[in-house]
Design a protein around this ligand. Sequence first.
Ligand code: BGC
Length: 418
Amino acid sequence: MATKYKFPKRFLWGAATSAHQVEGGTSNQWTSWEHHNAPTLAAQSQYVYGSLDNWDSLKAEAQKPSNYLSGRAVDSYNRIEDDVALIKKMNMNAYRFSIEWSRVEPSENTWDSDAIDHYKDYIKLLKKHDIEPIITLFHFTLPDWFQSIGGFAKRRNVKYFERFARKIVSELGVTIRYIVTINEPEVYASASYYQGDWPPNLTSRYKWWRVINNLAYAHRRVARTIHGLNRRYRVSIAKNSSYFYPGDDAWLSRLSARVMQYTHNDYFLKKVIKSCDYIGLNYYFSNRVYGYRVHNQQDNLSDLAWSMDPSDIQFVLEQLSSKYKLPILITENGLADSDDSRRKWWISETISAMQSARNNGVDLIGYLHWSLLDNFEWNKGYWPKFGLASVNKDTLDRTLRPSAVWFGKIIKYLRQAS
Ligand code: BGC
């Protein structure tokens, strides 16, 4: 890679996962939901995904009910050495993962010290290899007891999340520095409370709104608690943001793009920004707006039929930076690409865009690829392949894809050149 690329010495190069998607053996509000819904999801798969170009190659997995059960996932809970070895192999110095609340506090106010020790050991192992741990406290999963008293739809329940945060951060102490309180708040609220796709399958506009606002409140409260424990902690959320742009010059397209930009990218962020030390950005796609609708190009799509515009991340970075004037950590970015034919291109476009954003003054502190491993993609199950490493579902052996081997070399080069 040419010398036009220059990233700071302390730049964080890494990958991200979440507990339920990789650990295996979790028991949270998804677990019984998956058992209940797996047969239907499998039966509906042709109707939902049948129009995808790659349907023929994914249908064997998508039509099996077991695809929709997280089950043993990729057994990361028992394979931390294997996973750390992958991170090392790619010359990364950062790893984002989530602490599974339902393991740490399986029933209300009862703490599982083995689970806490597990995460302590994990962090110790990462640090031994000079890998910065970045922990997420809420990545879409909740203990059953918390969901059964109304979850985040009730403001008075936020105190339980705060207590969990205080407990785990006190236990982990100063072995960690970067904390993500909440992953993609609006994605969670919409899928669970508005579209009815995720547990608890509600379609209530009122509850959706309550959840969004309660999550903002939860972040502010938890950030204050964490900063009260030690001011060295760097706290944020992982905010899903896309680049909204008008597809033509019509006034309605221009206006709608600006309105969508505000409602999707800024509304939540404005509510929490004062208690963020950096901005965590999850970027997956852009949205091209015609009139009042999004209509994306259809000729360059990932396996999930998401339109691929990796270089647009530059515009999202620049917008966030000029509005909020905080350092930015890319907490997720990647694509479903089972034959690994587009991942290398995607990453190289992204690195170029990151460099351009940095040249234009963005204080970008790191890049975490989603994902380290193929994993459980929520209600879509296992068929979408986001991993830098593929996983054999029978043996659970991990293999770095060619793009990941290439990415590892690039990271080595960029870290040496810094
Ligand atoms: C989520 C991940 C998910 C990824 C790909 C993000 O919305 O944080 O959990 O796997 O996107 O869909």
